[in-house]
Design a protein around this ligand. Structure first.
Ligand code: DOR
Length: 450
């Protein structure tokens, strides 16, 4: 691609840049220059200048997802590294942190090494998430130092919360010495077992009250205080009460961060059109009330929640078709995240720059430099890692157009706003919506209007 993208809004949060009406010269995957009124010389031009009153197309650094389930190894029918990373690229994500709850889980230095090696083939950068405890059982810590040396970017037992506060505190202390965050799935398993009246695994239990979350948040904050160092990150916060705890902890100086998912920002129960099968609405933690949703949106806007993270959780059709009580929890999210946040999650209009921040430098800061995450920044002259998206473009969520190997979302058929036009990773074009970004020009014209 050697051309000028004309009339773009460029947002680069780390550089504190937000400028409309820019012309971007792209050549062989590099951004050669960005400025206004660029003469085209003999370069072809894609004119993206919006009609009066319409929001411009945005160029920004690639999004970073702190929470992706790729299902490889163990459940390749639901997702593979290939299909999942294609979905990431289509959603504008250029770096994703893969969760460790695969089969087998990523919980030894050898498995971390294997996963990191496999990830090299993906179309986006896949960072290896390592379990916090062996087999995610909450009983024995993984060899954290060796796993970090083998390539673990962060530690999380996501999907489970079986450790004691004492073990968690030890883990936080250890992670601090190797510069890694501890990511916590805040749903207290004891509470879940009690309310659902079960003794075995609780992952598919349908009753998941707010108290299970606030109790786990409380444990995590206490464990952090007890460790006296380190960083705790709360995954998929879903309740207004947890947001308040988080706000107070941050005000008190605790080194805690948090993420919200697009589905918790944009959906609540009762859902307008109950999807079929109803299991499509099942997710851990569950969708709650509109009041919870509003508290999450507010917290994301004011920075109490640091990042949007998808919790992209692909599942095979038959797992979602089971009766609600037994259906697998989770929704896909990589390809829908941007549009859900803009259309349903209160982050459209004037909140778009904040949304870009929470999809780029927010997650970057959560992971920290020792994790191996790359700085999300538009660099002139270097191979580009960036995304071009149209916040106003409307589209319908259709299974045939999704790149993920799974289609488990309650939004099938929904009309959303916000579409990724192009994603570049290290200069390679990993996603291109040819319809909306007509390149190369079908007529051979020198200037094409998008
Ligand atoms: O709904 C969820 N599904 N929440 C999680 O934390 C795990 C995930 C999965 O692995 O399917």
């Amino acid at each position: 691609m050697n051309c000028i993208l004309r009339g773009v809004r460029v947002i680069d949060p780390l550089a504190r840049r937000d400028a409309e009406g820019q012309d971007v010269w792209l050549s062989e995957g590099r951004i050669i220059a960005i400025y206004k009124h660029m003469g085209e010389g003999n370069l072809p031009v894609i004119d993206l200048t919006p009609p009066a009153g319409r929001t411009p197309v945005i160029l920004c650094p690639g999004f970073i997802d702190l929470h992706t389930h790729l299902r490889e190894p163990g459940d390749e029918g639901a997702e593979t590294l290939h299909s999942g990373s294609q979905a990431a690229a289509a959603g504008g994500f250029t770096q994703v942190l893969a969760m460790a709850n695969t089969v087998p889980p990523i919980d030894t230095p050898e498995r971390v090494k294997e996963a990191t090696f496999r990830a090299v083939a993906a179309s986006v950068q896949v960072l290896t998430g390592c379990a916090l405890t062996k087999s995610l059982q909450g009983e024995e810590l993984v060899e954290m130092e060796a796993c970090a040396a083998a390539g673990a970017a962060a530690f999380s037992d996501d999907g489970r919360n079986a450790f004691s506060p004492r073990l968690l505190s030890e883990a936080i202390g250890c992670a601090a010495t190797i510069g890694r965050p501890v990511l916590i799935h805040p749903e207290d398993e004891e509470t879940l077992a009690q309310v659902n009246n079960v003794q075995g695994p609780v992952q598919r239990c349908p009753l998941r009250p707010v108290e299970a979350e606030t109790r786990a948040v409380d444990f995590a904050l206490r464990a952090l205080a007890h460790a006296g160092k380190g960083h705790v990150h709360l995954q998929h916060v879903s309740a207004a009460a947890s947001v308040e705890m988080l706000r107070r902890a941050k005000e008190g100086g605790a080194n805690v961060t948090a993420e919200a998912t697009p589905h918790h920002l944009g959906m609540w129960l009762p859902f307008a059109n109950e999807p079929h099968p109803p299991g499509l609405l099942k997710v851990n933690p569950p969708l709650r009330t509109d009041r919870d949703r509003e508290a999450l949106v507010q917290a994301l806007r004011d920075g109490v929640i640091d990042a949007v993270a998808t919790d992209h959780a692909p599942h095979r059709v038959e797992e979602k078709a089971l009766p609600f009580d037994r259906a697998a929890p989770g929704m896909i999210g990589l390809e829908l995240a941007l549009a859900i946040c803009i259309t349903l999650g209160g982050m459209g209009g004037d909140w778009i720059p904040t949304l870009v921040d929470r999809l780029t430098i927010g997650p970057f800061r959560v992971l920290g430099p020792s994790s191996g995450v790359r700085e999300p920044r538009l660099r002139i002259g270097e191979a580009a890692t960036c995304v071009l998206f149209d916040p106003a473009a409307e589209w319908t969520v259709e299974p045939a157009h999704l790149r993920s190997a799974s289609q488990n979302t309650p939004l099938l058929g929904a009309r959303l706003q916000g579409r990724v036009l192009m994603t570049l990773v290290d200069g390679a074009l990993v996603h291109h919506d040819r319809q909306r970004l007509p390149w190369p020009a079908p007529t051979g014209a020198e200037t094409v209007r998008a």
